[in-house]
Ligand binder design. Sequence first.
Ligand code: MN3
Length: 204
Amino acid sequence: FTLPALTYAANALEPHIDAKTMEIHHGKHHAAYVANMNNFAKTAPQLGQMPIETVLANLVNVPDGIRVGVRNNLGGHANHTMFWEIMGPNGGKPEGEVLAAIDRDLGGLEKLQTDFNAAGGRQFGSGWVFVTVTKEGKLGIETTPNQDTPLMYGKRVLMGNDVWEHAYYLNYQNRRPDYLKAWWNTVNWAKISERYAAAKAGTL
Ligand code: MN3
């Protein structure tokens, strides 16, 4: 398991997400999930030999003693890998097929943002808010606690936002709704279009 490098500078998402938050979030929090998985793989090397989504969708097959740890740390690794990928500077606007799907399934971009932020705001404690996508390209909004991911029940994630306090507390403190609102300025819609096409091709 390896920590993916950010494809943009730590300060590239300012003022919406500050460089210090990015450095700690990526370089400490995500790095810890990766290190923990590499430790688990010492005693259960099969974990590193299967696609991540396969392990997460079949946690029952993970040895008892490390199942909770794998759930948390591999979930965290998958969630954060997606998270860095779908953000970036100059993210543009949704276009083409993904925009059509947002209009069709989620009532348009404005309603998606309102509903997604409301769901993220309601998530009690640590967790995530996602837009999931089926192989047919249908979108839905879901939340999970902790580092759980829709991959654990065989779904695919188009995009998602981290509502753990470590994602925003340095800059926003208790103001999670302000973070949720500002976060949309960091979304890389070209990458999300790629992920949408991959979902329909069965390769996401
Ligand atoms: Mn996080």
